[in-house]
Design a protein around this ligand. Structure first.
Ligand code: ADP
Length: 366
């Protein structure tokens, strides 16, 4: 009996030593804790990163190295994992022995015995500093490009509008026969398209940084729909947009952002129905204290399998459509984010070849 115990102890020690060797070879920072989360092991990478020995690290625990900005969330999530037994995952910064913080992806998972009782926790921390820096650069680049493009475009837009208005006033007397007006209208149309794209790119980076703020005010949804349609009619003359709004109401929301969702729906309805130039907008009561705003076209429609995906970032339906219609696949993603931030619902109903019906619901206010 004694021999058996000694043998199994030896086996255990051997497998533990293998585990440690393996952990030391890993490029990650690996550690383990007892079931309550008290650390009992740090691999070589942890010691190298912090410049401390194993005993000091065990006393301090890795949470001491977490950046103050992530500390509260870290403590909260870690305690939650210890309470529930669920995996822990978080991106955070750890202090290095050089005194600088580096981004890591931190993961912990519980190891359980056959009865499902937690025996220990094993954690890995993968350095993602380079990826984070890359992401930041990409965001800064996008922001810079958007800002740089916006200024000249705003100025061009202003002049085009001025000239268009003057032309109207002059009743095209002197310029009759010159392609000035249609050219200016084309320019105006293109500039509007560019402006929208730039704003979408900016919103995208704002969303990623969680800086997309809503400025809520009370306004009439009927007025907003009318104004938006008027604005679009000015540049797109081939399509007829009808408004059906027997139901009148106001909402408490970010007027510009809701306008942006509407513009996106209407522009898409126009873009994706080149053969059928009639678009209908319905403003209807939807259950208790809700309004449903629907934009219905008779265009190319969307297959069932694509209907969920079109709200994803950068998603554009594959195939012929992609080459035929220009776009970046950002509009609907932003629309969904905006509506969800208003606690509303966004929805699409469509049949391939028969048209689409995009809608969103918002709470109404008295
Ligand atoms: P974009 O139009 O710039 O590609 P969106 O995010 O606005 O991006 O739309 C995503 C995709 O959904 C489009 O590429 C298109 O395939 C599809 N889509 C959107 N609106 C319609 C519509 N009214 N009819 C048909 N397809 C549509």
């Amino acid at each position: 009996d004694v021999t058996e115990t000694v043998e199994s102890k030896n086996l255990l020690a051997e497998s533990e030593s293998y585990f440690r060797q393996m952990a030391d070879l890993m490029p990650d920072k690996v550690s383990s804790t007892d079931p309550k989360g008290k650390p009992d092991y740090f691999n070589r990478n942890w010691l190298d990163y912090t410049g401390l020995d194993s005993d000091t690290l065990k006393d301090l625990c890795w949470s001491e190295f977490v950046h103050p900005e992530e500390k509260v969330k870290f403590d909260e999530l870690w305690q939650q994992s210890l309470r529930t037994g669920n995996n822990f995952e978080m991106e955070l910064r750890y202090l290095s022995k050089e005194g600088t913080y580096k981004w890591h992806l931190s993961r912990f998972e519980a190891v359980r015995d056959e009865a499902g009782k937690i025996k220990m926790w094993i954690g890995t921390n993968t350095e993602i500093q380079k990826i984070k820096e890359e992401e930041k650069r990409k965001e800064e680049f996008l922001k810079m490009v958007s800002h740089e493009l916006k200024t000249p475009i705003t100025s061009i837009k202003g002049y085009v509008q001025l000239l268009l208005n003057q032309l109207k006033k002059e009743e095209e007397r002197t310029t009759l026969g010159l392609p000035l007006k249609p050219s200016l209208e084309r320019i105006d149309h293109q500039v509007r398209k560019l402006t929208r794209l730039i704003s979408e790119m900016l919103d995208l980076s704002r969303l990623e940084e969680r800086k997309l703020r809503l400025q809520k005010e009370r306004f009439s949804i009927n007025d907003l729909v009318r104004e938006t349609v008027q604005d679009i009619k000015y540049t797109s003359t081939q399509h007829r947009v009808n408004i059906h709004d027997n139901y009148r109401c106001s909402v408490l929301a970010d007027r510009d952002r809701i306008g942006q969702v509407l513009i996106n729906f209407i522009i898409n309805a126009i873009k994706y129905s080149p053969e059928n130039p009639v678009i209908d907008i319905f403003i209807e009561e939807a259950g208790k204290d809700m309004v449903d705003i629907r934009v219905k076209d008779n265009g190319i429609g969307i297959e069932k399998k694509d209907q969920k995906n079109i709200f994803r970032r950068f998603y554009r339906i594959d195939g012929k459509n992609r080459e035929t219609y220009s776009g970046f696949g950002i509009g609907l993603f932003l629309a969904k984010e905006i509506i969800e931030r208003h606690n509303g619902e966004i929805c699409v109903k469509s049949l391939k070849g028969e048209g689409s019906d995009f809608s969103f619901k918002l709470n109404v206010v008295p």
